[in-house]
Write a protein that binds this ligand. Sequence first.
Ligand SMILES: Cc1cc2nc3c(=O)[nH]c(=O)nc-3n(C[C@H](O)[C@H](O)[C@H](O)COP(=O)(O)OP(=O)(O)OC[C@H]3O[C@@H](n4cnc5c(N)ncnc54)[C@H](O)[C@@H]3O)c2cc1C
Length: 242
Amino acid sequence: IPVKMLPCRVEKMEKLADDVMALFLKLPANERLQFLAGQYIDILQKDDKPRSFSLANAPHDDGLLELHVRYIPGGTFTEHVFKTMKERDILRIKGPMGSFFLHEDSEKPIVFVASGTGFAPVKAIIEHALKIGFKREMHFYWGVRKAADLYMLDKIRAWEAQGIKFTAVVSDEAWEGRSGFVHQAVLEDFADLSGYDVYACGAPVVVEAAHRDFTAQRGLPNSAFYSDAFTFAPKSPTPPAA
Ligand SMILES: Cc1cc2nc3c(=O)[nH]c(=O)nc-3n(C[C@H](O)[C@H](O)[C@H](O)COP(=O)(O)OP(=O)(O)OC[C@H]3O[C@@H](n4cnc5c(N)ncnc54)[C@H](O)[C@@H]3O)c2cc1C
């Protein structure tokens, strides 16, 4: 798939939770971005440090590109999104990138594990899977700090009606549902993951914990673990070794 650099317009902004903003981006009329569900784009800024964001829409639904941007206090781009960005602003993007996409050649049931805005690429993959009439069993575990951080629950209810097994896991407050760390909930529910494919994305600590514990304690083969850790570029480039 060709990687393109394109201008785009912020068509719509929608607050999904206290610290999550959806951006809907429109490409120039004669342009399309080909991508696989789950891939990401970079937003190009003046400081040359790319800001990566996963595409939350599936390729069949590409009228607008959808991003879920979590607010990072002190973050140059995300502060801009929450404080000064307006609809009709112009951004420059580069993409698609990444290897976090559905491997359709496998027959195994799937466990998706997302933390926070790691929901975005999982949404793209699940919408794609439902569109192509995917028959594999799919479990989706979504970890957030507070119950109010869960968003698009109406969409998730519609997925559940189509067979997706959804579990929300809240780590920082008591609520009526599952509590604790999201990868821990998967460990509790699955005694053996050797016959599964796992797709994990979001905070690096969550992705790393899932990889470590699922392979060491639940027999998940390394090759059946697909992930995207939402790391961020360092403030300044590492100085060259003396
Ligand atoms: C492949 C990939 C996909 C991603 N997809 C998404 C997505 O869909 N949604 C989303 O919200 N984020 C996503 N991220 C993370 C996102 O790229 C960063 O949060 C973003 O670049 C921050 O930009 P900024 O200009 O606001 O912060 P900067 O000005 O670049 O950073 C300011 C400081 O904030 C801290 N910081 C920056 N980012 C983070 C972070 N993510 N977590 C904790 N501390 C941070 C660092 O200390 C940094 O020095 C993804 C990252 C990767 C690598």
